[in-house]
Design a protein around this ligand. Structure first.
Ligand SMILES: *Cc1c(COP(=O)(O)O)cnc(C)c1O
Length: 340
């Protein structure tokens, strides 16, 4: 038994706190990427004048590799996540990693960490991160000409260990999570921007997360998309640049459509949401938790129970259907998994 497996059995470390022993690193310099280097996970030297530290030139991705019961390791929607990373880099005027290059780095890391990929319901969470390293504190309006790309891996265990407690969510129609043109980019500054309002709401209302609803339009939380589901129906905000286009969201919509749900993607407001939760379920979607039920919404000081206040049966069914595909227990009808 290796150290990581042992740790999983003695205690369940919080998501993201345990890193695999190796990482992949590549550097952009003089207009070209260096070869990928695999090295022990650890500190990277960075100049204090580096572009990322002052002007926030950074983006990342997050996705999972699953160990199936036949022992094979399979990555969920790798191409889609790599494409989103490339799109984030472009949006931030950063050097764009090649799709083949990034896939190669991901494969190299998984290969080195093969033994530490947990059994289902655990997974190996993969975290590519790109940051601008040019040392120039006068570059507020100049892109970084140098950058570093790292692929980290982290064994993660069941997100719902200890029971899937329904979430308490604060509905915020005052603050915005990010600037409207950059919400679809997975960039550090967006999370920094959401942190203050989220901590304040936690302290004040004892909630888990904040559902940002700028101008009264329901959007998403700090790190997950928001969906309403009912018997044969699903309602979620239509895609626009103001929020993150989740791969989990896309996958759930596909599954829902193909099992006969009427899927509505459109703008809707807080008032309609409060109306609909009387007979619909609410849930957050994202790679980490897949689909997590919402039990209570707190809006303008009042508590609104979602359905029975428990994670609903349709939420659990949709989640189970997606997890079954990820873990190789249901056929991969859509070609979502890549064996590595
Ligand atoms: C990563 C993320 C999501 C979920 O995206 P997935 O691709 O489903 O993991 C949703 N919202 C935000 C803000 C995110 O950062």
């Amino acid at each position: 038994m290796n150290a990581v497996t042992q740790m999983a059995q003695t205690a369940r470390p919080a998501f993201g706190t345990v890193l695999a022993e190796h990482m992949a690193v590549a550097r952009w310099h003089d207009g070209a990427w260096s070869d990928c280097e695999i090295r022990p996970t650890g500190p990277i030297e960075i100049h204090p004048a580096a572009h990322v530290l002052h002007y926030g030139s950074t983006c990342f991705e997050g996705f999972k590799a699953y160990r199936w019961s036949d022992g094979s390791i399979n990555v969920f929607r790798m191409d889609r996540h790599i494409e989103r990373m490339r799109q984030s880099a472009r949006a931030l005027v950063m050097p764009e990693p090649g799709a083949e290059q990034l896939a190669g780095m991901v494969r190299a890391v998984i290969d080195r960490c093969r033994a530490t990929v947990p059994e289902a319901p655990g997974a190996l969470y993969l975290r590519p991160v790109l940051f601008g390293t040019t040392a120039n504190i006068g570059a507020a309006a100049t892109p970084s000409s140098e950058a570093t790309l790292v692929v980290l891996a982290s064994p993660v265990w069941d997100y719902f260990a200890g029971g899937a407690k329904p979430l308490r969510i604060f509905v915020d129609d005052v603050n915005t999570r990010t600037a409207s043109h950059i919400g679809m980019v997975k960039t550090g500054g967006n999370y920094a921007a959401a942190l203050g309002p989220t901590l304040a709401a936690r302290q004040r209302y004892g909630v888990d997360q904040v559902l940002f609803c700028p101008g009264g339009q329901v959007q998403e939380t700090g790190a997950a998309n928001f969906v309403l589901v009912g018997e044969g129906q699903l309602l979620t905000r239509s895609l626009d640049p103001s929020f993150l286009h989740g791969v989990t969201r896309d996958s759930l919509l596909r599954l829902a459509r193909d099992s006969g749900f009427e899927v509505e993607e459109r703008v809707f407001h807080v008032e309609e949401m409060l109306e609909r939760i009387r007979d619909m379920e609410a849930a957050l979607s994202g790679t980490a938790a897949v689909l997590a039920g919402v039990g209570t919404l707190v809006y303008r000081g009042a508590e609104h129970r979602v359905g029975t206040g428990e994670t609903g049966p349709i939420t659990r069914r949709l989640r189970a259907a997606l997890v079954a595909i990820q873990q190789g227990e249901a056929p991969d009808r859509y070609g979502w998994l890549t064996r590595v």
